[in-house]
Ligand binder design. Structure first.
Ligand code: GLU
Length: 313
């Protein structure tokens, strides 16, 4: 059975871009007769707040996007559904990877990495050059008691997966990001590990989210294999952008749930999200259930982004 999910980070109020992602994920799961899961990705203790998570749940209910599993009430038997409660589960997964020799301790600070690694040409991303790979580091430098990050070896080969919107992807992680961190030196779990362990153990079969995570999908596809967990179907959506081509953010107050709820009924917000996704020709008010009959992934544009009409801003 299909199981979709929405995995917001509770770091603020949602905006129209988040609603569009939630709606597409809900429609994709529900139109296939499946379930929809809500997971709270609150791994960043500085930015995450339970009040934001409560507000996200309240906004989703207001919109008619109800979940079958997860949330703060931990509905279901694959919980807990807040990542901050799942440390021991991540530790076990990291232990397995360590035992099989895929992990090495990394003593580099952010400053070391910035100073020694060349940024990726296209977007300035840093590619880790393998400074702490055991083969590169004299053994006297490896002191397991010194605080260190846990880094995962990546192969210099292409990782292949099929995205339901953008088609076949072939990504060489060695060239795109290098060995990546699964646990930071301060003990914080990295998104790449937590998301794979959670989606895998929670039985998620499809992941619908923004196309800014296509590279992450390759990192995750690789991790699914190493952890012997079944990889989900990936559906990456064009990003919702302003007229200037800038990704929607918390700065766009007029499209935050707070503002929209003052001005619009829930059906109007859903109608706008459906229109952005190409499901309808006009942004007419409708409920998520009204869209079940017309939802079709092929209607979602294969473009890099979709643009919010000026009059909504
Ligand atoms: N917590 C992530 C975010 O809000 C979700 C990423 C994902 O869907 O895998 O961006």
């Amino acid at each position: 059975m299909t199981k979709g999910r929405f995995a917001p980070s509770p770091t603020g109020r949602m905006h129209l871009g988040n609603i569009y992602t939630a709606l597409m994920s809900w429609l994709s799961a529900k139109s296939a007769g499946g379930d929809w899961l809500l997971r709270i990705e609150d791994l960043d203790p500085q930015r995450s707040r339970v009040e934001y998570a409560r507000q996200i749940e309240e906004d989703l209910h207001w919109l008619g996007l109800d979940w079958d599993e997860g949330g703060l009430d931990n509905i279901g038997d694959a919980g807990p559904y807040c990542q901050s409660m799942r440390s021991s589960i991540y530790a076990e997964a990291l232990g397995k990877l360590t035992d099989t020799g895929y992990i090495y301790p990394c003593f580099c600070t952010r400053a070391d990495i910035m100073a020694t690694q060349a940024p990726h040409q296209s977007d300035g991303r840093i590619i880790y050059a393998g400074t702490c790979r055991p083969s590169a580091l004299p053994s006297e430098f490896i002191d397991p008691l010194r605080p260190h990050a846990c880094r995962l070896y990546v192969p210099d080969t292409e990782i292949c997966f099929c995205d339901a919107i953008y088609g076949e992807q072939r990504i060489n992680l060695a060239k795109e990001c290098g060995d990546f961190v699964l646990r930071r030196a301060d003990g914080a779990w990295a998104y790449q590990l937590s998301v794979v362990v959670d989606d895998g153990l929670m039985g998620v079969t499809e992941v619908v989210r923004g196309n800014d995570l296509l590279l992450s999908a390759a990192q995750q596809q690789y991790l699914y294999g190493l952890l012997c967990l079944p990889a989900p179907r990936f559906v990456h959506l064009p990003l919702v952008c302003t007229q200037e081509g800038r990704r929607l953010s918390k700065r766009d107050h007029s499209l935050s749930m707070e503002e929209m709820r003052h001005r619009l009924p829930p059906d109007a917000v859903i109608g706008r999200a459906a229109y952005l996704a190409g499901l309808t020709d006009r942004p007419e008010a409708c409920t998520p259930k009204d869209l079940l009959g017309i939802f079709n992934i092929d209607r979602i544009p294969k473009a890099a982004h979709v643009t919010v009409p000026e009059e909504w801003l």
